[in-house]
Ligand binder design. Structure first.
Ligand SMILES: [Cu+2]
Length: 138
């Protein structure tokens, strides 16, 4: 029993010695971790887009209440579509990757980033004949 305990302690001591030696060799690591502690404040970078711009769009009588949208290239937009009809509508702005269905008598929102400057089209993909408009991005 006693000799076993002594062996264990001996092994532990050896491990500790090795670990200590490893640490001793890694003086550079100590400097590195100190540097990492200094480089902490990097949490508020996400809001770089300048905030959300909200656009309200009403679909009523198989028409949108706006015939044109003016956007700024690279800005983020949230379009809230209110569907006052008893049929399902949709807001599609293909170049921005927006394709949002809006159930009858419900609201829906879609968020996208305005593409490069140019003239585009938005529409309801179910009724593109009457429900469409121009998107001007500058
Ligand atoms: Cu529609």
């Amino acid at each position: 029993m006693r000799s076993r305990g002594g062996l264990l302690i001996g092994v532990l001591a050896g491990v500790l010695a090795l670990t200590a030696a490893g640490c001793g060799g890694g003086d550079d690591n100590g400097g590195g971790s100190a540097g990492a502690t200094t480089a902490a404040p990097e949490t508020t970078a996400a809001a770089g887009g300048g905030g959300d711009n909200e656009i309200k769009l009403v679909a009523s009588g198989f028409k949108f209440d706006k015939a044109s949208l003016d956007l700024t290239a690279g800005s983020s937009y949230t379009v809230e579509v209110t569907n006052e009809d008893s049929a399902e509508h949709n807001f599609t702005f293909k170049q921005a990757g927006a394709d949002q269905d809006v159930e009858a008598n419900e609201d829906a929102t879609v968020t996208f980033t305005a593409p490069a400057a140019g003239s585009y089209e938005f529409l309801c993909k179910y009724h593109p004949g009457t429900m469409k408009g121009t998107v001007t991005v500058t």
